[in-house]
Design a binder for this molecule. Structure first.
Ligand code: EPU
Length: 421
């Protein structure tokens, strides 16, 4: 198992390129199940999660090949197998997004139940409720969801849950409704930019979708969707992570290709912390000379502050002047990074879904263990800002979601090495 060795205390400076969005690319690849002919998806990031979905597509009779430029070409070769096996699904919950397209196109889908993970319980009841509303007969047994329908029928579907809407739940219902008979209205739909990207892709394939990016999406089902070309949007979470790395090390970092309109909540929080952020000609930039000020942040579904940046923002707040309050409203248990940040000298107390971070003047390097993707990113940020040497173990979590992390950080001047354990 590889680990990262980071010698911190160097202000990061320079420019990095934003990769394509993981959370947009995954449902886009799943949607290729619906297509007649070839799809070509450009700007697909090089990540283990993408490789996992490509393997699942392979099990479903879909070939997916990557070219040197980073585009993935897919083609449905056979529709005989519609089972997404547990061995693959258990490594990545997003695999569940093949359920909607398989059901809509083939009338049958069998997908392993993803189960929980370190960030919380992560049920899929909203996905199943939505697909059932379109007429699917759903059975959950033996650790698998089996869904059947000769032809799905459009319906009005309400997707609000205890923690807001569901991003992949909305994606599943949107993909299924694209080929259902008649009109579907998704109320309380998730609004994340990744869903707008999916709607644009489906529309280019021939689907009729209005309102993506709002809480009400209207879909008129069509009989056939054709292969098309599409470019994945930039990864707003990756961009936010590098901006926060710049802020935490009190450096100057530009993320080329990042879209300012996708990061309003982060801009607002950074501004309140006294960090200069601006949209540049080609992306976004931060400049942070002084110690940040403590701010209150609550994660919420988009356009609120993203849960996927909560841990990284907490890493910044560990060094702030004053006490910040960070509340997690999307995944109330997503605090695995708290104990590890404490190993670097952070002062954090947690009460249910809220963490109070009392800023310290400096962090000091120590061995730490990564627990999930974003928690790992937070540890890397804290290590970059800390004095001395930090070893971050279980780096494979980062390989799931950060394309070329060590190379990009090194280009910004970080002293970071990847070693085999
Ligand atoms: N929820 C339910 N029932 C459901 C589905 C979700 O109660 O049927 C709850 C969840 O437990 C959670 C909340 O609703 O409390 C939001 O979950 P959501 O379904 O929106 O999450 P997701 O679609 O499974 C995507 C991202 C996550 C990101 C969340 C929230 C992908 C592949 N994953 O997951 O990304 O945290 O939306 O924005 O798009 C990551 O990249 O590190 C990551 C975890």
């Amino acid at each position: 198992m590889d680990k990262l060795l980071i010698r911190g205390g160097v202000p990061l400076a320079g420019r990095v390129e934003c990769s394509g969005s993981k959370n947009a690319a995954l449902p886009l690849l799943a949607a290729t199940v619906l297509a007649e002919g070839e799809c070509r998806i450009e700007n697909v990031p090089r990540l283990n999660d993408i490789d996992t979905l490509v393997k699942i597509l392979g099990c479903l009779g879909v070939t997916a090949e990557r070219d040197a430029a980073g585009a993935v070409a897919t083609r449905v070769e056979s529709e005989g197998e519609s089972v997404a096996p547990y061995e693959l699904v258990r490594t990545m919950r997003a695999s569940v997004c093949v359920l909607g397209p398989l059901l809509a196109k083939r009338g049958y889908a069998r997908v392993a139940l993803p189960g929980g993970c370190v960030i919380g319980a992560r049920p899929i009841d909203l996905h199943l409720k939505g697909l059932a509303a379109l007429g699917a007969r759903i059975e959950v047994a033996g650790g698998y969801v089996t869904a059947r329908a000769e032809r799905l029928r459009g319906a009005r579907v309400y997707l609000g849950g205890a923690f807001g809407s569901s991003v992949l739940g909305t994606a599943n219902v949107m993909m299924a409704a694209a080929m259902a008979e008649g009109r579907t209205v998704i109320e309380h739909a998730a609004c994340e930019p990744e869903l707008v990207d999916l709607a644009n892709f489906l529309t280019a394939m021939g689907a009729s979708i209005e309102g993506a990016g709002s809480h009400r999406i209207v879909i008129r089902g069509v009989k056939r969707l054709d292969g098309t070309a599409h470019r994945v949007i930039p990864d707003r979470i990756e961009a936010g992570t590098y901006l926060l790395a710049g802020a935490a090390t009190r450096g100057e970092v530009e993320v080329a290709g990042a879209r300012p309109e996708h990061l309003d909540a982060l801009f607002d929080a950074l501004g309140a912390a006294g960090v200069e952020v601006e949209a540049t000609a080609g992306g976004l930039a931060v400049r942070a000379g002084a110690r940040p000020k403590a701010v209150e942040v609550t994660t919420l579904p988009y356009p609120g502050f993203p849960t996927d940046l909560q841990a990284q923002f907490m890493a910044l707040m560990t060094l702030a002047e004053g006490a910040s309050v960070i509340t997690e409203k999307v995944y109330p248990e997503r605090f695995m990074h708290v104990g590890e940040l404490a190993r670097l000298g952070a002062e954090i107390t947690r009460e249910g879904p809220t963490a109070v971070v009392t800023g310290v003047e400096r962090l000091a390097g120590a061995p730490v263990m990564a627990s999930d993707l974003r928690a790992s990113a937070a540890l890397v940020l804290a290590a970059l800002a800390a004095e001395g040497e930090t070893e971050v173990r279980r780096v494979y979590h980062l390989d799931r979601g950060y394309d070329g992390l060590t190379g990009k950080l090194r280009a910004l001047g970080a002293r970071i090495e990847r070693l085999s354990d």
